[in-house]
Design a protein around this ligand. Sequence first.
Ligand code: ADP
Length: 190
Amino acid sequence: MTNIVLFGPPGAGKGTQADILKKKYELVHISTGDVFRYNIKNETELGKTAKSYIDKGQLVPDEVTINMLNAEVDKHPEAKGIIFDGFPRTEAQAGALDKLLENKNDAVNAMIALEVEDEVLVKRLLERGKTSGRADDADEGVIRNRIKVYYDETAILKNYYKKQDKYFGVDGVGSIDEITQRLSQVIDQL
Ligand code: ADP
């Protein structure tokens, strides 16, 4: 299997690129943000819990997120590979993902990070907020908190995958096509 962790700060373009790459490489795309939003919309227990954190720009607790991710992966036993978008975001989540894949005699092949500077991110997210209906995109304070949480809690995962020689950084500024090409260059070498 080809299992890819698509990484980068909020607004880096992970969702856009994952949508293209899943078709190109016939992979399953699991976005933890999308699954949370689906649950919020349908007012499930999981959705209610998640909403209280997401609205503040905080991470949903690891236990909740890990259980959800395990259930999502189990829905796709036939997958040729998975693009993980928005997961892992903490070291505990990275460890849980390793275990989950190990149980299937599998592993993460690569973490590919989209690199974009903060001020560009804030602009993109405020722009997205005008049409996405996402409460966490509408408020600059919440956006800046998400970026801060990324640097405080999530960015360390770069080292986690670097140690295993699985980290690849890609410039996330350019046209959608250009960025797909940069990502594809990495995936084609795996
Ligand atoms: P972004 O566009 O900021 O990258 P996502 O759409 O991936 O965000 O997720 C939206 C929100 O859902 C996050 O700000 C966070 O509160 C929550 N979330 C998503 N994935 C995770 C995760 N792996 N662990 C904890 N919380 C998460």
